[in-house]
Design a protein around this ligand. Structure first.
Ligand SMILES: C[S@@+](CC[C@H](N)C(=O)[O-])C[C@H]1O[C@@H](n2cnc3c(N)ncnc32)[C@H](O)[C@@H]1O
Length: 200
């Protein structure tokens, strides 16, 4: 952006001394916000994928739409989280399709979602359900994760199954003021992951 907003040509016969008006006009032509180039962004990011931090885990354990998984994986990479997904045959392809990351991300494969969730709790992990529920806290009141935390996401149509609700330590809801009943799983998961990661 800044490259395009270069100096204006000096008018013929103008003195070599800097005219204040000229500088002011050239500054005004430059956008106040400079967008970073893709090259600069790459320089600021890690050159290698981070290992499994095993601190924050997004768990869309009942996925329906493949596209959401790739989007969630990108958010996981951005906030340093892992992704836990069920071992369905179509999931690896779905992860690859929606994911534009150049480096592999940390994916935990889950055979039995309910059993896996129960084991997480037994091991002392905090299990946060991302769900529209009466008892849910609002996203703004959700503190950043201090210990290992799993963020459980529900099925695109039915939400988190009843059998899994008893395995949650708490539920968090993202307030909505529009006409839509809910957000899609990738959007809901991304907002909650950013909050749990303490990056918002
Ligand atoms: C598309 S919603 C479907 C849920 C809902 N039971 C329904 O019937 O519309 C799928 C999942 O996205 C997440 N979700 C969507 N919107 C949400 C919100 N506003 N707050 C919290 N979670 C949300 C939840 O994990 C939910 O289970």
């Amino acid at each position: 952006m800044s490259g395009r907003a270069g100096r204006r040509p000096r008018p013929a016969g103008a003195s070599s001394a800097r005219a204040p008006d000229f500088d002011a006009a050239s500054a005004a032509a430059r956008p106040a916000i400079r967008v970073r180039s893709p090259r600069e962004l790459r320089r600021r990011r890690r050159s290698r994928a981070h290992s499994c931090w095993d601190h924050l885990i997004a768990a869309p354990l009942w996925p329906l739409h493949g596209a959401n998984l790739g989007t969630l994986l990108r958010t996981c990479d951005a906030v340093g989280a892992c992704l836990a997904v069920p071992r369905h045959r179509w999931v690896p392809e779905a992860l690859a399709r929606g994911n534009t990351l150049r480096r592999p991300s940390c994916v935990h494969w889950v055979g039995d979602p309910l059993g896996w969730l129960a084991r997480q709790r037994e091991a002392g992990t905090r299990v946060v359900g991302v769900e529209l529920a009466d008892e849910a806290v609002r996203l703004a009141d959700l503190p950043a994760a201090r210990g290992r935390t799993v963020a459980v996401l529900g099925h695109e149509q039915y939400g988190i199954p009843d059998e899994a609700l008893d395995l949650l330590d708490l539920a968090v809801e993202i307030p909505m003021v529009g006409t839509g009943a809910s957000l899609n799983v990738a959007v809901a998961g991304s907002l909650v992951l950013y909050k749990l990661a303490g990056l918002l």
